[in-house]
Write a protein that binds this ligand. Structure first.
Ligand code: IMP
Ligand code: MG
Length: 332
């Protein structure tokens, strides 16, 4: 068994979906597994000309690959079933392809109602935090207890470790949110309630030694949605928001913008063990014609993309050498 992991090095919304789709196209994965989070994440997919927005279901289903909501996730039954309906109507073989780990946890109406009252963190109000709280308080509801989940439930141990084709298993782990929102490593308390790093993937039943590539994904600037003040003062940030269409996929909220924090990027690379780095949205900085990066107490300003890319490659050369710069219009 082997596994690649796609992990976000910032505050979510860095373009993990695009990287996952690309990896699905060029690899013969047997499984795509979401390893953390719930319907706080939003995933916009253009597949054969049609737009799909999924919050729970991993992208494997679009490629005929078994798509699993792992034990590290929390699931809202209504949301899940409505995604299932949409995919069924479009002719996807959901009953065979979409699976939920029996020990994933459930987001109940009570969790939703509680999260709606949040004023401090700026959550997505999807019940995520209360569902994880009850999981750790040992009074949560597990997926296996929901009758409507029946056709989709799997036991993760059986699925992976009792699989006669164990040696053939190739997993793509799709992370949700990102390093800056991670419950342990993010900017607590302005974080989500799950493990967004590669450690979170391993918790889903895959031995650490099976991990092959760790694809770290970031944007060449940063965005954050939530209650803390994040945006820089430079008026260029509003231009970046427009040019980069930086509005939440789940809530529609405008994302706060700032330059890339290189110290945080380095930490995220180290802690996740990233060996392949993708830096997205280089085209947006080209549109606003500004290229800056924070490092230490300095702001590094560049004249053009090429200078900035060269500086990044050079500064990271001891950490990671496989770096791809990508604009929206370019496939990675
Ligand atoms: P929660 O995950 O809904 O509890 O929200 C906690 C924090 O994580 C808030 O700042 C949210 O805006 C942020 N967050 C959660 N999911 C995402 C995501 O998919 N993209 C970006 N931010 C997210
Ligand atoms: Mg997203």
């Amino acid at each position: 068994m082997l596994a690649d992991v796609v992990v976000d090095l910032q505050y979510g919304d860095s373009g993990k979906g695009k990287v996952s789709h690309h990896l699905c196209k060029i690899n013969d994965y047997t499984h795509v597994i979401r390893y953390n989070g719930g319907c706080n994440a939003g995933h916009t997919i253009y597949h054969e000309g049609k737009k799909f927005v999924t919050h729970h279901i991993p992208c494997g289903v679009f490629f005929g690959v078994r798509s699993v909501i792992g034990p590290g996730c929390v699931v809202n039954p209504k949301q899940f079933l409505s995604e299932i309906e949409e995919l069924k109507e479009s002719g996807f073989d959901v009953e065979n392809l979409v699976k939920i780990a029996s020990n994933a946890h459930v987001i109940t109406d009570f969790h939703l109602a509680q999260d709606k009252k949040d004023e401090n963190i700026g959550t997505t109000k999807r019940g995520n935090g209360p569902a994880y709280r009850d999981k750790y308080d040992r009074r949560g509801v597990r997926a296996i207890e929901i009758p409507e989940f029946g056709p989709y439930i799997i036991d993760m141990y059986t699925e992976l470790h009792e699989n006669p084709e164990f040696d053939e298993i190739k997993i793509l782990f799709e992370g949700a949110q990102g390093y800056g929102l991670d419950i342990d490593w993010g900017d607590y308390p302005y974080v989500t309630s799950s493990h967004c790093t590669v450690g979170g993937a391993v918790l889903n039943g895959v031995p650490a030694r099976c991990i092959r590539d760790v694809w770290g994904v970031a944007k060449v600037y940063e965005t954050y949605v939530g209650a803390k003040s994040f945006e820089g003062l430079d008026p260029v940030f509003s231009k970046i928001r427009e040019a980069g269409e930086e509005f939440g996929a789940t809530t529609g909220r405008p994302r706060q913008i700032n330059w890339m924090d290189f110290d945080m990027l380095k930490m995220a690379i180290d802690i996740n063990g990233v060996n392949k780095l993708v830096l997205n949205k280089i085209d947006v900085l080209k549109k606003v014609k500004r290229w800056c990066i924070y490092g230490g107490f300095n702001v590094f300003e560049f004249d053009n993309s090429e200078d900035m890319e060269k500086w990044i490659i050079d500064t990271l050369k001891d950490r990671v050498t496989n770096i791809t710069f990508s604009g929206d219009k370019h496939a990675i």
